[in-house]
Design a protein around this ligand. Structure first.
Ligand code: CLR
Length: 417
């Protein structure tokens, strides 16, 4: 929806098109599943009470506590509101761009509401691709480590890349089930008019980074499980030196306090430029802090949700759709082809459960085989590298998915299901 103005943006668009990214995405987008939820009702506390102190990977839960998404797909859900990044790239002033980066970083949490279910833990080497010809972006995620479970992800559009690693530390402590995020997330933004860096030089992009805040399932014992997301998020623009502190308030006793956020955006000289406020579960506003009577303005608003199985959002319902044009072109390791998750989506819980056992055993056998032959496992599409801007280690995309995909070389390259 936003105009591309710079040669760099057009070059990035050209690459996405030339690699035939959108081949297979001709079918209409699926936005819903069946309405009725026919899962047997089991109290969460009754199965969790014997698992105090455990992390999620060590819990064997009945498959009805799963939802038909993988953690690769849940990490991809952040793209529901990626037009905020397109918007950021149209803005010339760096602290103003930060408003939209911040809203993007907060916007993913609304999808957690009502989703008290365990996503499928991806198998080692499992991948997930997703592209949107209507919005010009593409995404690739790969499970790069099994113990601990780590996914690498990159999404690319003409005016931005979003990438990072999902590495969650989960713990059930009796009162709450807590999820801490260890990975760092990055946005490389390519604004239409370029960027002036801290040395006063004009460059074609800027790099932001932040860590995700904590998720916590509360109300498990009283039988009304609810999700809260809270903590302090520090977003940094490493190129211009702007920064922001973003506070997600922990839910108190009053339901009206749920989802409250407050943030402050500073320019590199330490001057307060904008304040941000609102709720991650409904709307986010910003206000110019340099003018005393500046009105607040709306930056982001949550999309409407249709009631459906597993309380998925409409965007989430699109991710695992077995679309007829798409299935023959995706990699054979794509989540859409995973049989247990597909059975879950179809409401075939017994089949889901037996298939889950089968693919997990297959994964175990493959690992044994590697150990016996002394082979080290290497991910296919990402490699660990030092980040050129922050110096931290991160998973670098090898830029080797979309071309082999287009040539049909990923139809048979591995057998994990
Ligand atoms: C939050 C948004 C992040 C990606 C992400 C990773 C882990 C997810 C978390 C999100 C939401 C909450 C989550 C969690 C893993 C487990 C937990 C789905 C999507 C659920 C609610 C735990 C349920 C536990 C029981 C059923 C036992 O970008």
């Amino acid at each position: 929806g936003f105009e591309l103005t710079s040669p760099k943006q057009l070059e990035r668009l050209e690459k996405i098109k030339k690699e035939e990214t959108f081949k297979g995405y001709e079918d209409p987008i699926r936005t819903t599943l069946k309405k009725e939820d026919n899962r047997p009702k089991i109290s969460l506390w009754s199965v969790l009470k014997s698992m105090v102190g455990k992390d999620m990977t060590k819990m064997t839960l009945p498959v009805v506590f799963n939802e038909p998404t993988s953690l690769l797909q849940r990490s991809a859900e952040v793209l529901e509101y990626c037009s905020l990044l397109d918007k950021a790239a149209t803005i010339d002033d760096s602290p103003t761009r930060m408003i939209y980066i911040a809203a993007f970083a907060a916007s993913e949490y609304v999808s957690t509401v009502g989703r008290i279910a365990k996503p499928f833990n991806p198998l080692l080497g499992e991948t997930f691709e997703y592209a949107r010809p209507d919005q010009g972006y593409r995404l690739l995620a790969e499970q790069v480590s099994h113990h601990p479970p780590i996914s690498a992800l990159i999404a690319e559009a003409p005016s931005w890349s979003y990438y990072g690693e999902s590495n969650v530390d989960t713990k059930f402590l009796g009162r709450s089930f807590d999820i801490k995020h260890l990975g760092t997330w990055y946005v490389d933004l390519y604004p239409g008019k370029g960027v002036v860096d801290q040395k006063g030089q004009r460059v074609d992009h800027e790099t932001y980074s932040w860590k995700k805040i904590r998720n916590s399932v509360i109300g498990i014992i009283v039988g009304n499980p609810t999700i809260d997301n809270y903590g302090e998020m520090e977003i940094r623009n490493h190129t211009t030196g702007d920064y922001m502190s973003f506070n997600f308030k922990q839910r108190g006793w009053r339901a009206s306090s749920a989802g409250e956020v407050k943030g402050e955006i500073y320019s590199n000289d330490g001057k307060l430029k904008y304040t941000i406020g609102g709720h991650w579960n409904s709307k986010i506003f910003a206000k110019d802090a340099t003018k005393p009577d500046a009105p607040k303005f709306l930056v982001w608003e949550a999309n409407e949700r249709t009631e459906m199985m597993f309380h998925l959002t409409n965007f989430a319902a699109s991710l695992n759709a077995p679309q007829p044009h798409l299935l023959p072109v995706i990699a054979c390791t794509d989540t859409r082809l995973r049989p247990d998750q597909r059975a879950m989506e179809n409401g075939e819980y017994d089949l889901a459960s037996s298939e889950k056992t089968r693919v997990e055993n297959k994964q175990r056998a493959a690992r044994k085989q590697r150990e016996l032959s002394g082979q080290k496992y290497e991910p296919s599409f990402f490699v660990q590298a030092r980040h050129p801007v922050t110096g931290e280690t991160y998973w670098k995309y090898k830029d080797n998915y979309w071309v082999p995909r287009k040539e049909g070389k990923l139809r048979n390259y591995k057998d994990i299901f």
